[in-house]
Design a binder for this molecule. Structure first.
Ligand code: PHE
Length: 336
């Protein structure tokens, strides 16, 4: 056995490994688990006379370590020589342009409306989207039985007959009028952009949530002429000097008189060459509303308006279905 070990030690001094395949063959030949030459010698150690076993075992271990070292040195050396694995990329390909997002058309429209009114001297106010009955309805002169309080239009957070007397997702931005006037004595001149909710049948022009920009100007001597002037100035600035608009008498509990504004949407495919699109409600602040917030209706008058941002964006960009704003279809969004 010792002779055999000596012979193998001698043999190992001559080994030269020049490829990774050769290194692997070497490992299998000498150290392979099943029939490596050195491995096999370990299996035969039981046949050695007990007195010799310590010496033989020691030498065999040394031989094994020697073989392992030779193998490891060769693998290290050869892998190093091969260099890092060739990168799996074609460096001549043109780069991929990172995709840049765009501002959502509603956000853009909301922003532009807000900026215009800031230039006209309006401050920006905000209110909560979850409102109580007082701010959303009662202070705005909605009679107790008014149909807009009905389940059909309003999403209730707390039922109207419940202990909290109705908590709602605000159905319009008009409650911000109340919140501002409760805290600020006239003169006030604000706009309130924000999101509103209505439990309505969904169609090309109505969705269960949408955005409004509320406007409110209360001071001594504010007139209906002032209201018409600011809305015409807005429409011309937004849609161009040739915009066609009309004031149509209307009704809101919190304004008297009240008017809605329509914008002409020219459309050659339409039988009439286009159609009127309602974009806002407006009017002179009702004396009951001023009273509800503690402003003297004998002294102050004011106008208010609430415009539908989706409708304005539809006109601006020629979009014929309000639902596309909420689908987040990238093909739609990419166009802006
Ligand atoms: N709040 C009304 C609506 O949502 C719009 C409006 C605002 C009308 C202010 C008059 C004055 O339809």
């Amino acid at each position: 056995m010792l002779d055999r070990i000596d012979a193998l030690r001698e043999e190992l001094t001559d080994v030269t490994l020049t490829t990774l395949d050769e290194a692997e063959d070497f490992r299998i030949t000498y150290l392979g688990q099943r029939s490596g030459i050195i491995t096999n010698l370990f299996k035969k150690i039981g046949q050695v006379a007990p007195a010799d076993r310590p010496t033989v075992g020691k030498q065999l271990n040394a031989l094994k370590q020697r073989a392992e070292a030779i193998h490891q040195e060769a693998v290290d050396r050869l892998e190093q020589a091969a260099g890092p694995a060739a990168p799996d990329v074609d460096l001549t390909l043109p780069g991929r342009t990172p995709r840049v997002g765009s501002v959502h058309p509603l956000a853009q429209t909301l922003h532009d409306i807000t900026r215009l009114f800031e230039r006209f001297g309006f401050a920006v106010a905000e209110g909560p989207e979850i409102e109580d009955d007082w701010h959303n309805f009662t202070a705005l002169n909605f009679p107790p039985e008014h149909p807009a309080r009905d389940m059909q239009d309003t999403f209730f957070v707390e039922p109207p007959e419940g202990p909290r007397n109705g908590v709602v997702l605000r159905t319009h931005t008009s409650p911000v009028q109340i919140r501002v006037m409760e805290n600020t004595a006239p003169p006030v001149r604000i706009i309130a952009p924000g999101r509103v909710y209505r439990n309505e049948a969904i169609s090309y022009k109505s969705f269960c949530l949408f955005h409004q920009v509320e406007g409110l100007y209360v001071d001594e001597g504010v007139t209906l002429g002032d209201l018409k002037h600011i809305l015409r100035t807005f429409a011309e600035a937004f849609f161009g000097a040739d915009v066609q608009m009309r004031f149509r008498p209307s009704y809101f509990p919190f304004t008297e008189p009240s008017a809605e504004v329509d914008i002409w949407w020219a459309d050659p495919e339409h039988p009439d060459g286009g159609r009127w699109m309602e974009i806002l409600g407006s009017g002179m602040v009702h004396p009951n509303v001023l009273e509800a917030v503690g402003a003297d209706p004998e002294r102050y008058t004011g106008y208010a308006f609430g415009m539908g941002v989706e409708r304005i964006a539809m006109l601006r960009y020629g979009i014929d279905d309000i639902r596309t704003f909420y689908e987040n279809d990238v093909r739609f969004l990419q166009q802006f």
